[in-house]
Structures are given as C-alpha cells and as structure tokens.
Write a protein that binds this ligand. Structure first.
Ligand SMILES: *Cc1c(COP(=O)(O)O)cnc(C)c1O
Length: 370
C-alpha cells in the first residue's frame, strides 16, 4: 500500500476554488458571462498579444530561469533592486513557496476568517496551524490580526489589500503604521493582487529591505493575464534569495515571461482598463441599488453586492444567476457570505446582468423558502 506523508493523509480532499469549467461540465451548459473569478475581461494590451505571437517560435526553449529581463523591468517600474524581486507562477505559486520557506508542522499562522483561501491551503499543506480573525465591518481587522499573532506566537500573518472577497482597502497610513509596529519575529505577507486598481499615491510605501514584509503582485488581475500564470514578490534580499533554494526554476513559461515585460511597459493601456473597470463597477452598484441592495465600496476589480439577508439567501441568488449562465461567486463565511461577488465585466456582460439580476432576485424573494 502506498502511504502518503502524515500531513497529506490528514488533509481534506478539497480545493480552494472549483473552476467554472467544472460547473459547465456538471450543468452541461456554458457560461455566457464569466464574472466569478475576478479575471480581467478586458484582457492584456494589444502589444502583449503581439509579444506572445512573436515568441511562439521559441516555445521549444526553456525560458530564462532567472527571468532577468523581466526582473530588470519590474525593478525599474517599482524603483527597487533586482535582489528584492522573485518571479513566480502567479501569487498562488509564490504563496506556496513562501509557506514552504516559513511553515513547518505546527507553525502558527494568522489570517482572516473568509479571506483568500489559497493561502490557507498552502499553510495546511506544510502542516501549519491556522488561526482566524473575523472581519470587522467588511474589512480585515488589522488590530486583531496582530493581537492574535502575538498571542499565538505566529510566524506569518496574511493580509490582502485590497481584500478579496470584499474589495475593501486599508489606507496607506494604516498599512505603513502596521509595518512600523510589526513584532520582530513576525512576517507580514501583504497580498497586493489588486494593487493596480488603487491610485498609485494611495499604495503604502514600504522599504523593500524590511525583513518583516513580503509583498505579492500579479499579472493576473490589472494586466489581464490570469491564464499566463506569472507574478512576483518584493522582499528583503535574504528572504528573496531563499526562494532560489526551493522554487521551480523552470516554472515560468517563455510566453508569460515576455508578455509580462511588455505589459509592464504599456501603462497607457493599463490606465484605459482601469477606467473601463471603474465604469463597470459603478454599473454593478447601480444594478444592485435599483433592486434595493447595497454594495460594499471596492478598490479591486469586483463588487460585493450585499443581498441583505443570510448566506442561504445569497446562495439562492447566486444559483439563479448561474442557471441563467452568469458565473459569479460568493464569500465562504458569515458575515461576508450575505454578499455575492461580481467581477467587472464588458458592457455586454453588464447588459445581461441588468436584465437577469432583478428577475432572479424577484424569483428568490417570491420562493417559499424565504
Ligand atoms: C486573484 C488573487 C490571487 C491570485 O493571483 P495569481 O497571480 O493569479 O495566482 C492572489 N491573491 C488574491 C487576493 C487574489 O484575489
């Protein structure tokens, strides 16, 4: 009999997210609007498409394992040194490496109840002990996260800013204060997957050589390249260097590597996407408010629409939309799970939502179970 490791044997056989493709296969029906995974429906710059096309003939090669050119471009863009950057297979991949570096069996780790679940999945995969802090008014509760980290003697605390699934954003000063007051033996993993959606001067300024902070960035959201699987982390050179001991050196594919570099250089396109996303978010909020529902103010590329009742009600609304071939998701835990999370869409997606959302809501309201 093959025996898995004790840690793996003890893990539940669940995954952080079930893909929309799985639902399509189960329901034997394709989605018409894909607004559930916070993908950027506007996609990358036309220059990125061109860069990918130009690289296709090199697909036989392994990509540069150091992603040197991309690192130089990121260094220039962020005004930081190369020794403070590691490239990885999206934030999800980098979170896995970070946990492998820091989390041993029973290591204490703190996160928010109902925050981005892929992080937890990696922590558990290395046998770490997760401690959870509830959200406070739809925000990750920074004060309590640090309090809990101290009590649990945690090594690692995870905060996403802007947050997923609520889209709320802690101001620059709040995060800078947090960084200034971190306990010496605690590392903050600051997941900034949605940083491009935040006005530049509102992002916290953090010294990249601070040994207590590692920031995560991705080309999946703002830059519209979720399928390319590429992101980066910014941190102290010693910690960044440690990734070299364990990372998958040829994990970055050559098309993604070159595409990311070009994406970074086309900031005009990025700005145009930000405008389109903001318009779309406003429309989602308008559609909700015309149905008498509030939305949570979001600085990401999605809106959490408060369905006004409990999780089971929100879930019925979600199922109604899914049945009408609109893919959306909802938070996993109360009180966030009173909401459904709708990603910014194209005008055609919004038109569909505008038509279908009120109907679904009426149906659920009229059903006997509520
Ligand atoms: C979407 C998302 C990610 C995933 O990023 P990838 O680079 O695609 O792995 C990570 N963190 C948060 C908070 C996200 O919402």
């Amino acid at each position: 009999m093959i025996k898995l490791t004790r840690i793996v044997e003890s893990l539940p056989s669940s995954v952080p997210f079930v893909g929309p493709e799985t639902q399509e296969r189960t329901n034997n029906q394709k989605f018409l609007s894909r607004l559930g995974a916070n993908e950027n429906v506007f996609g990358p710059s036309p220059k990125v498409f061109q860069a990918i096309k130009n690289s296709v003939n090199d697909i036989w090669r392994y990509a540069d394992p150091e992603s040197y050119d991309l690192k130089v471009a990121i260094g220039k863009h962020e005004n930081i040194k190369l020794e403070n950057i590691v490239i990885g297979e999206g934030i999800d991949g980098l979170l896995g490496y970070l946990c492998r570096l820091l989390v041993a069996p029973k290591t204490s780790v703190v996160t928010s109840k109902g925050a981005y679940p892929t992080f937890n999945y990696h922590v558990s995969g290395f046998g770490g002990n997760l401690h959870f802090v509830p959200y406070k008014n739809d925000y990750e509760d920074i004060e309590q996260l640090i309090f809990k980290a101290k009590i649990a003697k945690a090594k690692l605390v995870y905060i996403a800013n802007p947050d997923n699934p609520m889209g709320t954003f802690h101001s620059r000063t709040v995060i800078e204060d947090l960084v200034d007051n971190l306990p010496e033996d605690l590392i903050l993993c600051l997941d900034e997957a949605y940083s491009e959606f935040v006005p530049k001067n509102e992002l916290p300024k953090i010294d990249p050589s601070n040994p207590n902070v590692i920031r995560m960035r991705t080309f999946s959201k703002g830059y519209g390249m979720a399928g390319a699987r590429i992101g980066y982390a910014i941190g102290e050179s010693k910690l960044i260097k440690a990734f070299e001991k364990i990372r998958n050196h040829f994990g970055i594919n050559i098309l993604a590597q070159r595409a990311a570099l070009i994406a970074l250089q086309d900031q005009d396109y990025l700005n145009s996407v930000m405008r389109a996303v903001n318009i779309s978010k406003k429309q989602i909020m308008t559609i909700a408010s015309e149905c008498g529902l509030k939305s949570v103010k979001s600085l990401a590329n999605f809106v959490a629409v408060d369905c006004g009742r409990d999780a089971s009600f929100a879930n019925s609304v979600l199922q109604g939309l899914v049945k009408q071939r609109i893919f959306v998701r909802m938070p996993f835990f109360s009180p966030q799970s009173r909401c459904i999370r709708i990603s910014a869409g194209k005008p055609s997606d919004l038109k569909r939502l505008e038509k279908i959302f009120p109907k679904v809501l009426n149906e659920v309201n009229a059903s006997k179970s509520f």
